[in-house]
Design a protein around this ligand. Structure first.
Ligand code: MN3
Length: 244
């Protein structure tokens, strides 16, 4: 389908409203693996900015409305656009058999792709309703870290200590069948292959600076008040089902 046909078709299908969809309330805590684990795509196969499952002010007082709105509609959207651009340029390189700029576009792909995919998980990892950790998640936390308290101390310390902009990440290590805590600098440096994130905390300044200024530690502590444990539990469950 060419671009014009796609635009016409999507208008006919009312997909324009999907792109413009505001943050929706009401789905927090109800994890639907078929939907929530997917990377959301537009009808033409490009990546899309998914709407939030809750309103921009739903995480108050821990994360303020203005931060959420800027973070989702500007910062995250920027990664979606950057990822689509890099994907298109790599497609063009294949088509023209010209790989002279491949190093640049692969870096763009990793940066914006990492940014987009981590934010997709991040929004789902949080919510106004915390729910509870499943028995399976408790079991994996205990076998990987000794106890929930040990996990929390490690995760908090690692996330606080990310140098510059980045993420604290709890991931499932495929093959070893256990959980590991990682730091990511920017969105993609220091990653570990075959470890799939299930709980991510954004510690770029855009995630907290309006409210917390330089107090990243306070923000990370408060992050624990808005984790949607049902989402984290369901992510682990689907990975264990597939890979363990
Ligand atoms: Mn961010």
């Amino acid at each position: 389908m060419d671009k014009r046909t796609f635009l016409k078709t999507s208008a006919a299908l009312g997909l324009g409203s999907v792109f413009a969809a505001p943050a929706m309330a009401g789905r927090a805590g109800k994890f639907n693996a078929a939907e929530d684990l997917q990377i959301p795509l537009n009808a033409d196969g490009t990546y899309m900015l998914p709407p939030l499952d809750y309103s921009y002010d739903a995480l108050e007082p821990y994360i303020d409305r203005q931060t959420m709105e800027l973070h989702h509609s500007k910062h995250h959207n920027g990664y979606v656009n950057g990822l689509n651009k890099a994907t298109a340029m790599i497609g063009e390189a294949i088509e023209k058999n010209d790989f002279s700029l491949v190093k640049h576009w692969e870096r763009e792909l990793a940066f914006h792709g990492g940014g987009h995919l981590l934010h997709v998980i991040f929004w789902k990892n949080m919510g106004p309703v915390q729910g509870s950790r499943s028995a399976l998640l408790e079991k994996y936390i205990n076998k990987s870290f000794g106890s929930f308290d040990s996990f929390k101390r490690l995760y908090t310390a690692a996330t606080n200590a990310v140098e510059g902009s980045g993420w604290g990440i709890l991931g499932y290590q495929v093959g070893a069948d256990k959980l590991v805590v990682l730091q990511a600098e920017k969105h993609h440096n220091q990653s570990q292959w075959l470890t799939i994130p299930i709980l991510v905390c954004d510690v770029w300044e855009h995630a907290y600076y309006l409210k917390y200024q330089n107090k990243r530690g306070d923000y990370v502590n408060n992050f624990f008040h808005i984790i949607n444990w049902e989402d984290v539990s369901a992510r682990l469950e689907s990975l264990v089902e597939k890979f363990a």
